[in-house]
Design a protein around this ligand. Structure first.
Ligand code: NAP
Length: 244
């Protein structure tokens, strides 16, 4: 790492986000850990990283709320001076047949999983463009690529994230701000806690390596896409064990 780096990881206190935060900290980043409800987990992670000499800050914001993201930006700027790396990891899932989905379900899933990416990118990228350097990694999903039965709203939001990523990269990459996405498959986190063993086994039938993935395996891919020397741009990296 030749320059000082500061990353904001949304939903960075638990699950995949926590693994990303820890991976980036090991890589030499200072880290802003966004949380919405997991306050204790965020503060515990800050304490753990600080004990290792990492410059870390916990920042609360509902990323679906534009003004809350603006306040988070102000906090990060005041504490670190700048943020050159944005990992849009925060997300919610919704497993429900379409005929049961309400308008409120649609609004919520699109707001948290897609509008959040607009909010953070809209607010954080002008500084990156001014500096001529930035890295953005958006966390999509295997369902954004393939479409998941009974996950229509989630799949639509995550497909939107992939389109947003490609378009924003086309707009910003010549100015040094590179945007990519990762699309995890079945990863062992609380997001999948509701699934029964039969559901998991059925999904694994279509995974070539025949096992679920770990948050750390997603974090490896994200860390790669934050590197200074990067010839991968506007890409969507599938981290799904190989869908058959
Ligand atoms: P998780 O353990 O349920 O964590 C979700 C994270 O998102 C939490 O840190 C949560 O923060 C944050 N979050 C949710 N709503 C938020 C909001 N309105 N504002 C700010 N933060 C919010 O799930 P995960 O598996 O780690 O998922 C992380 C990402 O990977 C998501 O985008 C998910 O769609 C994607 N993904 C996961 C899988 C999988 O199999 N697990 C597969 C494909 C894609 P708080 O706890 O602080 O509220």
């Amino acid at each position: 790492m030749t320059r000082r780096r500061v990353a904001l990881v949304t939903g960075g206190a638990k699950g995949i986000g926590k693994a990303i935060t820890e991976k980036l900290a090991v890589a030499g980043f200072s880290v802003a850990i966004n949380y919405n409800t997991s306050e204790q987990a965020a503060f515990d992670l800050v304490a753990k990283l600080q004990s290792r000499g990492v410059n870390a800050l916990a920042v609360k914001a509902d990323v679906s709320d534009f003004n809350a993201v603006k306040r988070m930006y102000d906090e990060c700027r005041a504490y670190f001076g700048f943020v050159d790396t944005l990992v849009n990891n925060a997300g919610i899932s919704l497993i429900k047949p379409l005929y049961e989905c309400t308008e409120a379900d649609f609004d919520r899933v699109i707001a948290v999983d897609l509008k959040s990416v607009f909010n953070t990118c809209r607010i954080f990228t002008p500084d990156m463009t001014s500096e001529g350097f930035g890295r953005i990694v958006n966390v999509s999903s295997v369902w954004g690529e393939y479409g998941g039965s009974t996950e229509t709203l989630y799949s639509a939001a995550k497909a939107g994230v992939i389109g947003f990523t490609k378009a924003l990269n086309a707009e910003l990459a010549r100015g040094g701000v590179i945007v990519n996405s990762v699309s995890p498959g079945f990863i062992n986190t609380s997001m999948n806690a509701e699934l029964c063993e039969a559901d998991v086994a059925a999904f694994l039938e279509s995974v070539s390596v025949g096992r679920v993935g770990s948050p750390e395996e997603v974090a490896e891919a994200v860390e790669f896409l934050t590197r200074e020397n990067l010839y991968v741009a506007g890409a969507n990296l599938s981290v799904n064990g190989g869908i058959l």
